[in-house]
Design a protein around this ligand. Structure first.
Ligand code: NAI
Length: 478
């Protein structure tokens, strides 16, 4: 078998395969789905374009999709988040060798440039023979955006001219779409028509999908995987509770205990980050715009303040809002000497990196890859992680396997749902039904030695549920 791919170094495959083997042990949800659906092959015929951090855990997801019958092409959804050994292992595949790869075409390496990033995203949507995928598995919505913008600009007859107001990333994106349309003027209409649906991993991507659905512009059905309870209340919260410290430690190894840490945003990710930092003995200050989340933070014992009022006293900053311009260049200029500035939200615009670079006389020094010291003309400096991109994946290896098994079991079930039930879903955004959410949780109980209490028939009738579930109404918040 020969196929195209682009990864850093295939000779890393063996090291990657060892890590995958250990990850499989920690991913009981995905492994049970392989067992349950391996014979019936529900994804046979599915051609999945995946845009999601190319980590060891994602490798187990990819091989699960393949075990269920799918053909897959994969790119990372962030320039820094690929684990090169995982990418190599997926290309080589469990039965291949470095000289004869038998796995899946992956287009991802750690440290892509922005043009390379968009080229890789284009690669997963461009199948051999000029064909496209029939499913998208997205994280943050970039693959979905490429299809939508490509089709929109194709219909308009041109890509809008680049202006100075466009962020660098958007300029690069426009250049890519322009090039694809020059090569193949109907590419995006043709590809969009083949796609049966998208399953979206994260808060930011889901937000983009609801916007498209609201204006009637969503081109295919979508499942919001993020808002499965077994995703956002686990990955976003407990995943970040683990990986925010991993990112900080690998980047700086600074002692967190006793420091003042500001967590911007107290949603699911913010709750996990604040708990981790407080667990290490930091004094945590939360910033919020939502009175409910602000009250929750206060009830947890955190000081809730405005960033302007505490910017000069904090040692560590972590943005978790999914919003933009949270930490401005002005904020950074008034921080303590050697304050650590980082973002764990999906996009890099939570911290105004462009504004920081424009400060007259500022000097950027690379301490090591993805760790930079920015020195102001007055001699003070701050340490910025992953150039403002998500630090848990840029400076560390993202969430651990067990929590990703929950997220990716939801992804797999959502892919099966949209692929096998065309016609049952409109061009809207759906969440998985609660019985499937409960199923994902159930798949993870035995590994933790959890013994679940079973309802009696009488108890079930008394609280108005079925003995087999679902156990809560849809509006229950957990
Ligand atoms: P969420 O919506 O639950 O929480 C975001 C919080 O930020 C909200 O409570 C909101 O009120 C608050 N916020 C918005 N603007 C603010 C401002 N100007 N100042 C202070 N607070 C503000 O979203 P969630 O699930 O916590 O996700 C946050 C981001 O993290 C998203 O971009 C998501 O895609 C990303 N994410 C990253 C992960 C990672 O591994 N790095 C994992 C999961 C999600």
């Amino acid at each position: 078998m020969s196929f195209d791919y682009k990864v850093k170094d295939l000779s890393l495959a063996e090291a990657g395969r060892h890590q995958l083997r250990l990850a499989e042990h920690e991913m009981p949800g995905l492994m049970s789905l392989r067992h349950e659906y391996g014979a019936s092959q529900p994804l046979k015929g599915a051609k999945i374009a995946g845009s999601l951090h190319m980590t060891v855990q994602t490798a187990v997801l990819i091989e699960t999709l393949v075990a269920l019958g799918a053909e897959v092409r994969w790119a990372s959804c962030n320039i820094y988040s690929t684990q090169d050994e995982a990418a190599a292992a997926v290309v080589v595949g469990p039965d291949g060798t470095v000289d004869n790869p038998q796995g899946v075409p992956v287009f991802a390496w750690k440290g892509e440039t922005l043009p390379e990033y968009w080229d890789c995203t284009n690669e997963i949507l461009t199948w051999p023979g000029g064909d496209g995928p029939n499913m998208i598995l997205d994280d943050g919505g970039d693959a979905t955006m490429l299809v939508h913008k490509g089709k929109e600009w194709e219909a308009a007859g041109q890509v809008p001219p680049t202006t100075d107001a466009d962020a660098e990333e958007f300029q690069v994106f426009k250049a890519l779409v322009r090039r694809t349309l020059e090569q193949d003027p109907q590419k995006w209409t043709r590809i969009a028509a083949q796609i049966k649906g998208v399953t979206e991993e994260t808060t930011t991507g889901v937000h983009r999908l609801y916007e498209l659905a609201k204006t009637g512009d969503l081109l295919f059905p979508a499942i919001n995987v993020n808002d499965s309870v077994t995703k956002s209340k686990f990955d976003n919260k407990y995943g970040c509770r683990h990986s925010v410290l991993d990112g900080l430690n690998r980047a700086t190894d600074v002692l967190v205990g006793g420091k003042v840490a500001v967590v911007a945003g107290f949603g699911d990710v913010g709750k996990g980050c604040a708990a981790a930092l407080a667990g290490q003995g930091a004094r945590v200050i939360v910033t919020e715009i939502d009175p409910i989340c602000a009250l929750q933070a206060a009830m947890e014992g955190y000081q809730v303040s405005r960033l302007e009022d505490v910017v000069g006293i904090a040692d560590i900053f972590v943005t978790t809002t999914g919003n933009f311009n949270i930490i401005t260049a002005e904020h950074m200029a008034s921080m303590k000497n050697k304050a650590i500035v980082s973002n764990i939200g999906h996009f890099d615009n939570e911290i105004d990196m462009a504004g920081l670079a424009r400060i007259p006389g500022i000097v950027k020094t690379e301490i090591k890859p993805q760790v930079h010291e920015w020195t102001f003309p007055n001699g003070n400096s701050i340490i910025v992680l992953s150039e403002g991109r998500l630090m848990n994946l840029g400076n560390a290896t993202g969430h651990p396997s067990f929590v990703m098994s929950n997220s990716f079991a939801n992804q797999t079930i959502a892919q099966i749902e949209l692929f096998t039930k065309p016609g049952e879903y409109d061009n809207q955004v759906y969440v998985l039904p609660k019985h499937l959410d409960e199923k994902v949780a159930r798949l993870h109980l035995a590994a933790l030695g959890v013994e679940l209490t079973e309802l009696t028939k009488e108890q079930a009738e008394y609280i108005g549920v079925d003995v087999a579930g679902p156990y809560k109404p849809d509006h229950y918040r957990y």
